[in-house]
Design a protein around this ligand. Sequence first.
Ligand SMILES: [Zn+2]
Length: 188
Amino acid sequence: MGAVTDKALDDPARRAIRGDGTTEDEWNDWPGLARLPAIDAEQLVPAGARVVVVAPHPDDEVLAVGGLLAQLAQQGREVVVIAVTDGTASHRGSAVWPPERLARNRPRESLRALERLGLSIEPVRLELPDGGLQAMQAMLAAQLVSLLRPRDVVFTTWRRDGHPDHEATGQACALAAASAGARLVEVP
Ligand SMILES: [Zn+2]
């Protein structure tokens, strides 16, 4: 991430994910990190606002805002998690992890993880196709509009994340949040 410039981010091919992702050390060395202001849970989610986490795949909610969710759970805040897909395309061609098994296990793992963070909530599952969200962006946005309320704070994956499903979900959330009068926070 350290070498990535804004210009490079304009090219989707340059954003595409290759290899093993960005290490913690690379993130910590990124100069942009030092420029970001510190912010706490109360500032991110004003009193009385509901938190809606929109996860393209089961695990994105924990990877994106797990620490924040634990803080919000401690404060007794209202949290809704929307699972866009069941993550059935994570092990393509695997005999051990076929899509049916993933569809059972990944949502269950997400539920257990939320429990560990202090949230006894069942994610809303939209069951859209894993790997196919770019083609369904408008439909996803329409579904989200019906689930969002004004003044909700919506957390989701960044529109320029590099993963096509994450980018499509970020775009759909931006449209839906603007239409519903909700606040959007995109998470890299
Ligand atoms: Zn994901």
